[in-house]
Ligand binder design. Structure first.
Ligand SMILES: CC(C)(COP(=O)(O)OP(=O)(O)OC[C@H]1O[C@@H](n2cnc3c(N)ncnc32)[C@H](O[C@H]2O[C@H](COP(=O)(O)OP(=O)(O)OP(=O)(O)O)[C@@H](O)[C@H]2O)[C@@H]1O)[C@@H](O)C(=O)NCCC(=O)NCCS
Ligand SMILES: Nc1ncnc2[nH]cnc12
Length: 290
């Protein structure tokens, strides 16, 4: 008889998806040099954020992601019951984040985007292409959550002022910034031999070229948004972050966005969503894949 069972217990689907979501958030935070965002070099345009806080915040969200995936497995269809279950879990996740960060909003948009994607992935783990997962996530995002409070969030204020519908619309449209910008650029830069960190930076820049980031609009208005979109395009046009002239443009963009207080927090969340879907597509998530 053995005193100890040394065999590791296999991970459940929900454990695995929560691990992947937290990994994606930590990889996004660590990626450097990101324009005006928190990274390994510093706090970008933020006075109340730092890398340690981003890591702690990401880890605090693991139980919420796991619970969302478990709800998907238990309810097993895209309906209002599942939408309202993940709404409640998402709000509890926000509270866990705020407790960890002492009230600073580190990952509200990421809880929304990655929460929907984790739920959508868990619903049908055999159907794990980015197209299939984002389509299910969009169907969920289109359902009403009758229990959702309607606060005058930064996103809601920006919607009133500029008509940009932000994170909600991005999800309801099936994450076009991820499918049409982030993922294709990530794959292109990898295929061109640019190296993983440069490929991720290029994916972030590709997202920034077109996104109506409500975080930037709230902090820096249309001037900030134009600077973000045009500056990101200029880096890619100069050869991307693996090239010397692209790096010079990236440095300039970083300085310009910091001066405008324009932090592209929404684009950062969508980079994390891109990294999550890329990992799911490459490794799979059905039992036996881990
Ligand atoms: C549907 C919700 C996302 C709420 O959306 P809404 O737009 O009303 O609320 P916001 O509080 O503004 O949060 C939206 C966050 O989404 C990110 N984002 C911005 N633009 C886009 C975009 N075009 N596409 C996708 N994502 C986008 C962004 O998050 C990042 O920025 C955050 C920091 O922003 P902010 O609080 O404005 O902070 P500062 O500028 O630093 O302010 P100061 O503190 O300095 O004053 C950071 O968190 C990043 O993550 C937007 O902020 C959704 O949240 C919701 O309804 N939740 C309820 C729960 C639920 O139903 N969950 C469903 C299950 S998953
Ligand atoms: N790296 C980052 N810096 C600032 N805000 C963010 N929101 C999500 N990721 C972020």
């Amino acid at each position: 008889m053995h005193a100890f069972n040394l065999q590791a217990k296999p991970l459940s689907l929900a454990d695995r998806l929560a691990d992947l979501a937290v990994d994606a958030l930590i990889d996004e935070a660590d990626l450097s040099p990101k324009p005006a965002l928190v990274d390994r070099r510093g706090n970008g345009a933020h006075t109340d954020l730092h890398l340690g806080l981003m890591h702690a915040s990401a880890l605090s969200l693991w139980p919420a992601f796991k619970e969302m995936a478990e709800a998907a497995v238990a309810i097993s269809e895209v309906d209002s019951t599942l939408r309202e279950a993940i709404g409640r879990i998402g709000r509890e996740g926000e509270q866990a984040m705020l407790t960890t960060t002492n009230g600073v909003n580190t990952h509200r948009g990421a809880i929304w985007a990655l929460g929907l994607l984790v739920t959508a992935a868990a619903l049908e783990p055999q159907s794990f292409s980015a197209n299939a997962v984002t389509l299910r996530a969009a169907r969920l995002a289109l359902l009403d959550d009758h229990y959702a409070p309607k606060p005058l969030s930064h996103g809601a204020q920006v919607a009133l002022r500029y008509g940009a519908r932000g994170a909600r619309e991005e999800a309801q449209l099936g994450f076009p910034s991820v499918l049409q910008r982030g993922l294709p650029q990530l794959k292109r830069s990898r295929a061109n031999g640019h190296g993983e960190q440069n490929a991720r930076l290029d994916a972030l820049l590709a997202i920034m070229t077109d996104l109506a980031d409500t975080c930037v609009l709230y902090r820096a208005g249309e001037e900030g948004l134009q600077a973000m979109q045009h500056g990101a395009q200029a880096v890619l046009d100069a050869g991307g972050s693996a090239s010397l002239s692209g790096r010079r443009q990236l440095h300039e963009l970083d300085q310009q966005l910091i001066a405008l207080n324009a932090s592209p927090g929404g684009a950062a969340d969508l980079l994390a969503a891109t990294l999550l879907l890329d990992r799911i597509e490459r490794d799979g998530i059905s039992q036996g894949a881990f």
